[in-house]
Ligand binder design. Structure first.
Ligand SMILES: [Zn+2]
Length: 124
């Protein structure tokens, strides 16, 4: 988790669309402090980049949110995305008592990067 001050206009627009936005620590008129995990950090950054790229009528009709998205992107770029959290260890069996044993992170949606097995799948 990383706590970052994010422009309130874009942040509120982002979460109003039911997109992952972490946990709000403090709401301010201009900036809000939010706790972001890796998934919500990356989602906020890609959404802000989308709005930052609006041109012409798309920009003019959403000027307030687009300008806030540009400032959001600048804020996020001052930090590294939070590290992925380890969900567990891959238990895929190779037989003879051997298991994969790879750490599985939340940024791969719980799928082992080594063997492609979902972590919630019971070892056989
Ligand atoms: Zn594995």
């Amino acid at each position: 988790m990383t706590t970052i001050s994010i422009p309130t206009v874009f942040y509120n627009d982002h979460v109003a669309r039911d997109l992952p936005g972490g946990k709000v620590v403090r709401v301010g008129r201009v900036y809000s402090e939010v706790d972001l995990d890796r998934a919500s950090w990356l989602d906020l950054a890609s959404d802000a980049a989308l709005y930052d790229g609006f041109v012409g009528d798309d920009y003019r009709e959403n000027r307030r949110v687009c300008d806030s998205a540009t400032r959001t992107l600048a804020r996020l770029k001052m930090f590294d995305p939070p590290a992925a959290a380890i969900l567990g260890v891959c238990q895929r069996s190779y037989g003879h008592g051997q298991v994969c044993g790879e750490d599985v992170y939340d940024d791969t949606d719980g799928i082992c990067a080594h063997c492609g097995t979902p972590i919630n799948q019971e070892a056989r």
